[in-house]
Design a protein around this ligand. Structure first.
Ligand code: SAM
Length: 376
């Protein structure tokens, strides 16, 4: 998180501190979450204050939709380094603290973590300062509604001992991922699936396969609430830019006539097509392209555009083509409200018809918003 944003959040959070007992023994030393000493009611209030500060000359929100306070996370990327297995120390990116249990992670994958920690104890881990060693990350994932678990080892290079260790872990899907670059990443090339290679999530009867490298929303309970609202606001010919594994596209396909999903990662597009087949959905197509390149050359007319960009937001040039496209409605799902606020300037021909905030990330300063903008 940027230093300025961190300072702003700290100052808003200050009056609410010490209104709850942290549930995690590592709270304070772990960099993972910052709000466990604030009661959940107060977390929602301070997130409301934070958003009303950002949007003060544009709109006012009355409440933030709550979610599950603990045990909501679909994913945790545990670092393996310096003989430790855990998360980064608060304020010290180069230090790792041993984490036996994270209360944000869902129950079933927490059990997998207990096992993975023990089994990986003696494996040669990766020193990310001198760039030597093998095991870099242990990634736990889980589908909230289907309760399927995934455990992946991210290795600097292929290693038999690590494969044998992963074989012993009890999870529904297990994969060896190789990332040998210097960049500190918890994804890479899937070298080998030891079991399955995917897990399945289900939203209101629609199934999604999640692969080791695929993005999927971190909090399924909250994401489903947002998706239902997106589907309710969808109509006609719909474009879903930044579609990932097609979860919004396939969900909105119930309400829209035709859906086109655009995504830059080929593995995600393959998964989106598989998800389409899995659900027998015929009014949707997926295209692998950079959002900007697609917008430059698009041939279709769209009534409605869904934007769910990465944290950095939508590139200003995409707006140039979006305004030429001139859809009746833009539905913007954002995990970065400040970026969305900045981007409103590129949409002078649209008015905000509705704006809602969702607590996708309880115990942390992050927040998700959903705006529906209609052509004036
Ligand atoms: C926040 S995720 C949203 C995924 C999806 N809408 C969902 O709900 O699961 C953003 C997605 O944008 C994709 N992406 C990032 N940059 C992109 C670009 N320039 N063009 C197209 N897709 C991009 C990422 O790979 C990622 O899948």
């Amino acid at each position: 998180m940027k230093k300025k944003k961190q300072q702003l959040i700290n100052s808003i959070a200050e009056p609410y501190r010490n209104t709850a007992d942290p549930q995690c023994e590592f709270f304070g030393s772990c960099g993972g979450c910052l709000f466990q000493d604030i009661s959940y009611e107060n977390q929602l209030l301070l997130k409301k204050d934070y958003l009303n500060g950002i949007f003060k000359d544009v709109l006012e929100i009355e409440n933030v939709h709550p979610s599950i306070e603990y045990g909501y996370r679909n994913r945790m990327d545990y670092v393996a380094a310096f003989g430790k297995r855990g998360l980064r120390k608060r304020g010290f990116f180069k230090e790792v603290i041993d984490i036996t249990k994270c209360p944000l992670l869902q129950n079933e994958s927490s059990k997998v973590w207990q096992e993975a920690r023990q089994i990986s104890e003696n494996l040669n881990d990766y020193n990310f300062i001198v760039h030597k060693g093998i095991l870099r990350y242990i990634v736990l994932r889980q589908s909230y509604f289907k309760k399927e678990t995934m455990c992946n080892f991210v290795l600097n290079e292929y290693n038999d001992e690590c494969v044998q260790a992963l074989e012993k872990i009890n999870a529904d899907s297990k994969s060896i991922i190789i990332h040998s670059g210097l960049a500190d990443l918890s994804f890479g090339e899937v070298e080998r699936n030891i079991k399955n290679g995917f897990i399945t999530e289900e939203f209101d009867g629609i199934k999604f396969r999640i692969y080791p490298n695929s993005f999927f929303q971190s909090n399924s309970e909250c994401a489903l609430n947002v998706y239902r609202k997106i589907a309710d606001a969808s109509f006609g010919n719909l474009l879903d830019l930044y579609c990932g594994v097609g979860s919004i596209s396939l969900f909105a396909a119930q309400k829209a006539e035709q859906v086109t999903g655009v995504e830059i990662v080929q593995e995600a597009v393959n998964a989106a097509n598989e998800n389409k087949e899995l659900n027998n959905i015929i009014n949707t197509e997926f295209i692998c392209a950079d959002a900007l390149d697609y917008m430059k050359t698009k041939r279709n007319q769209f009534d409605c555009v869904v934007l769910d960009p990465p944290r950095s937001g939508v590139h200003p040039k995409v707006y140039k083509y979006l305004s030429e496209l001139n859809p009746k409605r833009i539905i913007y799902m954002s995990c970065n409200p400040s970026a969305f606020k900045e981007e409103i300037q590129y949409l002078p021909d649209y008015k905000i018809s509705s704006f809602e905030a969702f607590d996708m990330f309880p115990q942390t300063p992050h927040i998700e918003t959903l705006a529906v903008l209609d052509r004036k």
